[in-house]
Design a protein around this ligand. Structure first.
Ligand SMILES: [Zn+2]
Length: 257
């Protein structure tokens, strides 16, 4: 099933009984969309490329700025002023030339967002603003995809995964991102440029997004669907909250009237 080269390259994870050769083949066939190639997208994309996720799409319309380099570890000093998605793709292919990386060098919205989500198996929201988060959530709901969402500010990070795939085994509809953060109740918040961010905190969350993605693709363990995981870098504490679906959520209740 795997060629010798792949068997050696991915040997340390193939040895995990939860992954094995079958899981590795699933990773090589998987299609993952990363919305945003900043502090979260950097570690997420690096780990997914390293693990041999075969088809990555990196979307980001921004250029690398010197103030990004403190935490957006996929970039090098010489990448300044380059488009992030293009620079990230180049580094991912240096890391693993066996995979395919496609670049969307613009902000994903509307029809292009819908198209890219429809072609992906799993979508990672690595963006930094509510408008994009709501749009990505809506597109994942519409196309019944898995969404792995991360966020970080100052010393705090959050992670939550949403399973919008149709499944007769599901007992109840899970929440969507907008059940958790209803639109209109949250002003465009502090962002990293105004509030600050400890670099390793986005590293932790982006790495967890990659871990969740690898688990979901291979079927290993239990992804934290419907659970908000909150990390405090000052105390090193994780908290976990069950998030129920909001029956009045304007986004997901219309999908399941
Ligand atoms: Zn909802």
């Amino acid at each position: 099933m795997l060629n010798d080269q792949a068997f050696v390259r991915y040997n340390r994870q193939i040895r995990l009984p939860e992954i094995g050769e079958t899981g590795q083949a699933a990773l090589l066939n998987a299609r993952v969309l990363l919305v945003g190639a900043g502090g979260l997208g950097s570690p997420a994309a690096l780990y997914l490329a390293a693990a041999g996720v075969g088809n990555l799409v990196i979307a980001d319309g921004d250029a690398v700025d010197s103030s990004n380099l403190q935490r957006q570890i996929i970039y090098r000093d010489v990448d300044q002023a380059k488009n992030k998605a293009q620079a990230a793709a180049a580094h991912l292919l240096e890391l693993n030339p066996e995979i395919k990386v496609r670049v969307v060098a613009s902000h994903l919205s509307d029809q292009r967002l819908s198209l890219e989500v429809s072609m992906a198996d799993i979508v990672l929201d690595c963006s930094d603003n509510f408008a994009t988060r709501y749009a990505v959530n809506a597109a994942c709901l519409a196309h019944q995809k898995v969404l792995v969402s991360g966020a970080a500010i100052r010393w705090q990070g959050q992670l939550m995964s949403f399973d919008f795939r149709p499944s007769p085994a599901k007992s109840a509809q899970g929440p969507c991102y907008q059940c958790l953060f209803p639109a209109g109740q949250f002003d465009e918040p502090q962002n990293c440029s105004t509030s600050g961010i400890a670099g390793p905190v986005v590293g932790v969350i982006g790495t967890m997004q990659a871990l969740e993605t690898i688990k979901i693709i291979t079927g290993a363990g239990q992804p934290a669907f419907g659970k908000l995981k909150q990390f405090d870098g000052l105390t090193m504490e994780w908290q976990s909250f069950m998030v129920p679906a909001n029956p009045a959520c304007p986004e997901c209740s219309k999908e399941n009237p």
